[in-house]
Design a protein around this ligand. Structure first.
Ligand SMILES: [Zn+2]
Length: 271
């Protein structure tokens, strides 16, 4: 009798220990990689080292898109993060500067795999050669897949401008995009990742709900919505790295065409 009671007691004592790993995981949540792309374009020799560093090839991009699709990883718009519970594997694909190659190369692939993404537009560059046009932006918005966020009017270092200029860069870009699309613009991205307390406070005051930095890291909760970390998608980020972010392994057949690491990658300033 005593023996049975002790077994019951031991079980009751051990039970919370068995549960503990699950609780710890639930408290932390799935880590969320927010991928930062600039150019999606073929890595040809005509690109200088800095542009190469800022580029991801369409072929490599399709590998990443297909992986996210095939593994049923939720592709979130940045605005989705405001309500995301971090309770399942997810990713956010973000594209800085609003280059036209986002429309030419990335958007068709996003459509093919039905993945959401966010593009951060420099409004002063709209309709400038090499950058997105207003017409392209509206077409992408109409697809329902693309969130349009602000990346200021002139891509200035916001930590170096006076309060008036700071407010103007934040509000004029927001209003320009809202007037064009008719949708609220709530996501922001700091040019070159330049941010301090004053800048982050101004972004919040201007009516944005969140802001992405260029600081490396995964989101594991949403405690600092104005200092969201990211992962820079430069050519050296191959598929092996990508698959490790969610703990999945690739099927052997899919390993036969690894994403190549092109020569000519170099260091450069964050853009
Ligand atoms: Zn930028």
């Amino acid at each position: 009798m005593i023996f049975l009671r002790m077994r019951k007691l031991l079980f009751l004592l051990a039970f919370p220990l068995l549960l503990f790993p699950l609780q710890a995981r639930a408290a932390t949540g799935w880590r969320l990689p927010i991928l930062m792309f600039h150019h999606v374009q073929p890595l040809t020799k005509r690109l200088n080292p800095f542009d190469t560093w800022l580029s991801y090839s369409p072929k490599a991009f399709e590998w990443v898109a297909r992986f996210i699709h095939d593994k049923s990883i939720s592709a979130l718009k940045m605005a989705d993060l405001l309500t995301f519970a971090f309770d399942r594997p997810a990713a956010a694909l973000t594209f800085d500067d609003g280059y036209e190659d986002f429309y030419t190369y990335a958007f068709p692939i996003l459509k093919k795999y039905q993945l959401n993404a966010t593009v951060f537009v420099i409004t002063g560059k709209l309709d400038v050669p090499g950058y997105l046009t207003r017409v392209e932006l509206l077409e992408m918005q109409a697809s329902g897949l693309i969130e349009i966020g602000s990346h200021t009017v002139n891509h200035v270092d916001l930590t170096q401008v006076n309060p008036q200029k700071l407010e103007e860069e934040l509000t004029v870009s927001k209003k320009t995009l809202e007037a064009l699309t008719g949708a609220p613009v709530t996501s922001f991205c700091y040019p070159s990742g330049r941010v301090n307390k004053r800048v982050a406070a101004a972004v919040k005051k201007a009516g944005y709900m969140l802001a992405r930095t260029t600081r490396h890291g995964f989101s594991v909760n949403f405690q600092s919505p104005f200092l969201i970390p990211t992962i820079r998608m430069q050519p050296s980020v191959n598929l092996k790295k990508v698959e490790s972010w969610w703990g999945f392994k690739f099927a052997p057949a899919a390993r036969q065409s690894p994403v190549s690491v092109p020569a000519g990658s170099s260091d450069g300033r964050p853009k």
